[in-house]
Design a protein around this ligand. Structure first.
Ligand code: ADP
Length: 359
């Protein structure tokens, strides 16, 4: 598809350039011939006046030769334009279509990955129900057990669709980000409060060592970021451990650290954990903890929309530390503040309040 679109675009470029070039050639041909005729007439008049006898400066054959040469020259020039424009057009068409083709293949991969993730719980739901339906001695008690198991699967599907919606929402262009001066401490506190019941279930202590500092950020997105990192820190930590948040400010950026004393991440997995649907060590994480490998890709996207960076340092069975760097001042903030409508604010708020419903 990309190849035929590239060829079509090249053909269009070529058509436009050749139309311009041929029009110019016709004009050049016409003006040159007129000039030669005008020159021949003027010269004829001058000579006739001087010698008082009839003169022919260029006979018909010379004219025909001049026309023939001009046509060949213009054809040659157009031939060169055709070849150069064709090559350049093909190159430029490739460059024009490259981001579109990248986006299309990215979207296709996203759809394939999402369908694959959706298929597993749906298949297990379907087969469990089919087996039970065929069982003639299926009791009410067994039916209730099946329904409660199915509800668990449906819950998983619901969290997957929530995360997919969130990821799609955050893939939208940056214009939707609302930068404003926010208190980091306040956002961290809100995120901790949302995550506290989950920590309490595992007797995990959350320590907030973040300084009380301000930065320009989208508070809803930043809050989602902390919820994702704290959720992971708790999910991948054994009971009775500690999770810590620390934040320091330098001249130009804020550095936030989220550390845990959990299972850690193997060195080979670290380069991939921010990829969509990537889950490290499937035996450990897929069977024992819920998740679809989307959290960190959403986190990365949030950090990117804040023009920052996210990285991780980890040691297996010792713990992990996620480090986020966000510039204190966002260059687009003023522009965005002016144009960010109340309507968009409400939309963002209602979406983010329904976020990560599993927590
Ligand atoms: P999910 O947690 O839903 O699997 P994420 O994108 O949030 O997806 O994380 C990707 C993978 O990175 C996880 O499957 C897990 O293996 C690893 N990971 C993330 N955070 C931590 C952490 N704090 N400790 C250990 N492993 C982690």
């Amino acid at each position: 598809m990309f190849k035929s679109a590239r060829l079509k675009l090249t053909a269009w470029y070529l058509l436009i350039i050749m139309a311009v070039s041929i029009s110019f050639s016709v004009v050049i041909y016409q003006t040159q011939i007129n000039e030669v005729e005008r020159f021949a007439r003027a010269e004829q008049l001058r000579l006739e006046r001087r010698f008082r006898i009839p003169f022919v400066v260029f006979d018909e054959n010379v004219f025909l030769e001049i026309k023939r040469r001009l046509v060949f020259l213009l054809l040659g020039i157009n031939g060169v334009v055709f070849v150069v424009a064709g090559g350049m057009g093909y190159f430029l068409a490739g460059r024009t279509l490259k981001p579109i083709s990248k986006m299309v293949s990215e979207q296709n991969r996203f759809i394939t990955d999402s369908s694959h993730e959706l298929r597993t719980p749906l298949t297990s739901l379907k087969s469990a129900m089919e087996v039970s339906l065929r069982d003639k001695d299926f009791t009410l008690k067994e039916a209730k057990i099946l329904i409660s198991e199915n509800i668990l699967e449906v819950n998983k599907l619901q969290s997957l669709s929530d995360e997919l919606i969130l990821l799609a929402q955050y893939q939208k262009p940056e214009e939707k980000v609302k930068f404003e001066t926010v208190s980091l401490k306040e956002i961290v506190n809100k995120a901790i409060n949302r995550i506290r019941p989950m920590a309490a279930n595992k007797a995990i202590t959350i320590i907030d060592n973040s300084d009380d500092l301000d930065l320009e950020a989208d508070q809803y997105r930043l809050s989602d970021l902390f919820i994702i990192l704290l959720d992971n820190a708790i999910k991948y930590s054994p009971k009775k451990t500690k999770v810590e948040i620390a934040a320091q400010k330098t001249d130009s950026f804020v550095k936030i650290l989220v550390s845990d004393q959990g299972v850690g991440i193997d060195e080979k997995d670290i380069p991939h954990i921010f990829d969509r649907f990537y889950r490290a060590d499937s035996a450990r994480s897929k069977e024992e903890t819920d998740g679809f490998g989307l959290g960190l890709s959403i986190a990365k996207r949030i950090v990117e929309t804040h023009h920052g960076s996210i990285s991780v340092e980890s040691a297996v069975n010792k713990g992990s530390t996620f480090a986020i760097k966000i510039p204190i001042l966002q260059s687009h903030s003023l522009k965005h503040n002016k144009f960010f409508s109340k309507c968009e604010q409400n939309l963002l708020f209602s979406k983010s309040s329904g976020l990560l419903s599993k927590i």
